[in-house]
Design a protein around this ligand. Structure first.
Ligand code: A3P
Length: 301
């Protein structure tokens, strides 16, 4: 609900993250080897974190039976920096962070213009993912109702779409979020790799290689012929992750049940939720906000 959001530097920051965002901006010290997974909420964050972690650490965890992704949720392995910095004892946090094994991998939902200077001024790489707004909206709507069943009675799906179009949701406006990283990926293709959920679904093999190249750790021919890429894809697949004991039970940061992170994992499920009026509303908004940017999406598989 809007009362839990505050407009900060042009984006709607969930109040639960506010202190964390401020500390992150103020105190985070990026290293040139850092990898940042930046995303619009509900656009494939859990998946891209898993893939990035598996790609980067493939030599450390080469036998798949003891892989950390089998026993930890990808949000635990690739923590959100706005969460990490949601603490009072910043100095302890900073020394812990500076001692982490490199390359360090972090996640964030913070829009590009509000990332800490230290990230923008370092050579660290940013992998970004977004998703067609129709599916992102439905994923968000259902997730929000699952983690807060009371909210279902507060707003209808039509009213929630109105707010989504206006940009009033966590880390919104979605439009500015996507455009900020989109523009940066064009201006600076070695810094920001811009991915779309639909494209990843269509050809995950291609994009796993693309991410590895972008992160300066391309797969060797030997790795390719030994099935290393296929192993990563399987380890991070929707079915595999959804059915892991670690993802079926337990809560994430005492906030919500991890199982809610895995719903359908499909492109085009929005057709089951959108009325013709809703389709018109969102299509018009997308034309208004994204028209002329060169950014477009597939909405069916
Ligand atoms: P649906 O609600 O459409 O099923 P995020 O991780 O950013 O919160 O995004 C959640 C969406 O990604 C959900 O979409 C979820 O089912 C889907 N998802 C989670 N893990 C996935 C995976 N390993 N592969 C593909 N999609 C996944």
């Amino acid at each position: 609900a809007a009362r839990h959001l505050c407009l900060f530097q042009g984006f709607w920051c969930p109040s639960a993250f506010f202190q964390g965002v401020i500390n992150f901006q103020k105190h985070f010290q990026a290293k040139g080897s850092d990898v940042i997974v930046a995303t619009v909420p509900k656009s494939g964050t859990t998946w891209l974190k898993a893939l990035t972690f598996a790609i980067i650490n493939r030599q450390r965890f080469s036998s798949s039976h003891n892989h950390p992704l089998l026993t930890s949720n990808s949000h635990e392995l690739v923590p959100f920096l706005e969460f990490v910095f949601h603490v009072d004892n910043i100095q302890d946090k900073l020394s812990h962070l500076s001692n982490m094994t490199e390359p360090r991998v972090f996640g964030t939902h913070v829009p590009f213009p509000s990332l800490p200077k230290s990230i923008k001024e370092s050579n660290c790489k940013i992998v970004y993912i977004c998703r067609n707004p129709f599916d992102t909206f439905v994923s968000h709507w259902i997730f929000a109702n699952k983690i807060n069943p009371h909210s279902m009675h507060e707003l209808t799906i039509e009213e929630t779409l109105e707010k989504y179009c206006k940009g009033i949701l966590g880390f919104g406006p979605t439009w500015e979020h996507m455009l900020g990283y989109w523009k940066e990926s064009i201006a600076n293709p070695n810094r920001v790799l811009f991915l779309k959920y639909e494209e990843l679904k269509e050809d995950v093999n291609f994009y796993v290689k693309r991410v590895a190249e972008f992160l300066d750790c391309p797969f060797t021919e030997e790795e390719e012929s030994n099935g290393v890429i296929e192993n990563i894809i399987n380890l991070c697949s929707f079915e595999k992750m959804k059915n892991l004991e670690v993802n079926k039970s337990g809560t994430f940061d005492r906030n919500f049940e991890k199982k809610h992170l895995f719903r359908k994992g499909k492109v085009g499920d929005w057709v089951n939720y959108f009325s013709p009026a809703m389709i018109e509303k969102l299509s018009k908004t997308m034309e208004e906000k994204l028209g002329g940017s060169g950014l477009s999406f597939k909405t069916s598989s």
